[in-house]
Design a protein around this ligand. Structure first.
Ligand SMILES: Cc1cc2nc3c(=O)[nH]c(=O)nc-3n(C[C@H](O)[C@H](O)[C@H](O)COP(=O)(O)OP(=O)(O)OC[C@H]3O[C@@H](n4cnc5c(N)ncnc54)[C@H](O)[C@@H]3O)c2cc1C
Length: 478
């Protein structure tokens, strides 16, 4: 596929009343880039992966089919001290990832990927090829975090960011008998206030204790520090002594090596960043939450209790600290609204391997129970969620087969306000303007961003969704 063909493809789809599904890295949590109950046309971007890096101006043009791993690799080919604040998993595609925000370990220093987009090439609902200048600031605002469906993104122009020659990493694990609850509790008070150069996330899961083989809950503290160990140690001593960080826990490396470390690869194996195949393919269901007031120790202990249940053997909770640049950017700057009021974000995850629907249902029920348990501890009015962790449980559009999918504003608000808060109304306005021109087709097109796609199939999609092994197959195994 070539960029020039996309205009005719969109025109053709419109003429024939076909919906379009656009796929970049194929990592959508609910499989919305490649599933539908009605006939659709699939635009798969896996061949559109050109990346041109301009070191002098610290910018790059990245075609929408590129993965973030390919993007990091190409930047590092040209410079060891330039990078980009996007996600952790190298196989995620920039088409969907940047459209929903896109965060990684640089978010406290530089914000999201979408905060650092300075231009884009896209094809709109009428088959017009647009750039920032011709699309206007309103549409340019919408495509940076508004959830991927104001048109087909062909390429992003990104602002690269400055990085030191050395960054420092460590992993410290704490289990229940190692004061875990108190340390996680304390982290909630300090992690958003750390120096911007320091990011420490926590991964919670159940493990077998090394001492007696009994099951316990483990918190893994994983950082990115933009500097050397000599600067990090006194900083940690001042701001988070409870973790007990020692020099021997730390490793200095280049930023591109830290990308490999975070992704779980040997830091020498840089070429794996060019591999679009997701190594661990499993069934999973995820949800997200934002925390604005620290969770009490009792509250944390209640979470640990749920993690001892059978279905939680492969469950995880990822706590991502905010603060720094995330608190400086206004919640209206781009459609992604989750900024200053949040201490941290949670991603709830449960994985499983069993094929049977019943087994899947058990795991999905478990994560819904956890989500329900969390209700008193997380953001309210709305209970906010991250669009890139798409979750059809929080609301879907009307089914499109018989009623043409004409979802009301009230119904769309159920999920829209959670993902976009007050920016949802501006996104809707943006769509209304477009609707004047192409009412019928817009309604079909818009399904992609009005979230849920086809409510009737949702259990099926959730249950059968695998993290995609590759986006090169037009019909991934479900
Ligand atoms: C293993 C894994 C790790 C992840 N890690 C992170 C992380 O560290 N940080 C983070 O923020 N998120 C992370 N995510 C979530 C990820 O950002 C989203 O799932 C994102 O939408 C994936 O983008 P994609 O292009 O790979 O997916 P796709 O399934 O290809 O697309 C996702 C959505 O974007 C639309 N879309 C794709 N390409 C285009 C295009 N060119 N034009 C218009 N619309 C398009 C699709 O139609 C779909 O609606 C992770 C997901 C997975 C599965």
């Amino acid at each position: 596929m070539h960029e020039s063909q996309i205009r005719s493809v969109t025109y053709c789809a419109k003429e024939n009343g076909l919906q379009i599904r656009v796929r970049s890295g194929g990592h959508d949590y609910e499989g919305l880039s490649y599933t539908s109950e009605v006939p659709f046309l699939s635009l798969d971007f896996f061949n559109l992966r050109q990346i041109s890096v301009d070191v002098e101006n610290k910018t790059a043009w990245v075609q929408a089919g590129s993965t973030i791993g390919e993007q990091y690799y190409r930047i590092a080919e040209k410079s060891q001290t330039l990078g980009f604040p996007a996600g952790v998993c190298p196989t995620v595609g920039v088409g969907g990832h940047f459209s929903g925000g896109g965060y990684g370990a640089l978010l406290r220093k530089y914000g999201l990927a979408a905060d650092n987009i300075i231009d884009a090439r896209m094809v709109d609902v009428n088959g017009r090829l647009l750039n920032r200048n011709s699309m206007g600031e309103d549409l340019f605002w919408a495509i940076r975090g508004g959830g991927a469906s104001f048109g087909v993104i062909l390429a992003w122009k990104i602002q690269l960011v400055d990085l030191p020659e050395k960054v420092t990493l460590f992993t410290i694990n704490k289990t229940l008998d190692q004061n875990e609850t108190n340390i996680v509790h304390r982290w909630q008070y300090v992690a958003h206030k750390f120096d911007k150069d320091l990011y420490i996330s926590i991964l919670i899961r159940r493990v077998n204790s090394s001492q007696d083989g009994e099951r316990t809950i483990q918190a893994s503290f994983t950082p990115l520090f933009l500097g050397g160990v000599d600067t990090l140690l006194p900083l940690m001593q001042r701001s988070f002594p409870e973790l007990g960080l020692q020099r021997e826990d730390c490793t200095e490396m280049s930023w591109i090596e830290s990308i490999l470390y975070w992704a779980g690869f040997p830091i020498e194996s840089r070429d794996v960043l060019l591999n679009r195949t997701q190594p661990n393919v499993r069934y999973f269901k995820a949800k997200s939450d934002y925390v604005q007031i620290p969770i009490s120790k009792n509250g944390l202990e209640g979470i640990w209790k749920l993690f001892f249940e059978d279905e939680a053997e492969e469950a995880q909770m990822l706590l991502v600290p905010y603060g720094g640049r995330m608190h400086e950017i206004s919640e209206f700057e781009i459609p992604f609204p989750h900024r200053a009021v949040n201490l941290y974000k949670i991603q709830h995850l449960v994985f499983w391997d069993e094929e049977e629907i019943e087994a899947s249902q058990n795991y999905i029920n478990w994560i819904r129970k956890l989500y329900s348990y969390m209700t008193p501890y997380i953001s309210r009015f709305p209970r906010a969620a991250y669009i890139n962790y798409r979750d059809l449980d929080i609301g879907v559009n009307d089914k499109g087969v018989n009623d043409k999918g004409n979802t009301s504003y009230a119904k769309a608000s159920i999920w829209g306000i959670k993902y976009f808060k007050n920016n949802f109304n501006r996104l809707v306005q943006r769509e209304k303007e477009k609707q004047i021109v192409t009412c019928e087709w817009w309604r079909k097109w818009v399904v992609g961003w009005t979230g849920g796609k086809w409510g009737g199939r949702r259990e099926c999609i959730i249950t059968h969704l695998r993290m995609l092994a590759s986006s090169s197959s037009p019909h991934p195994t479900a």
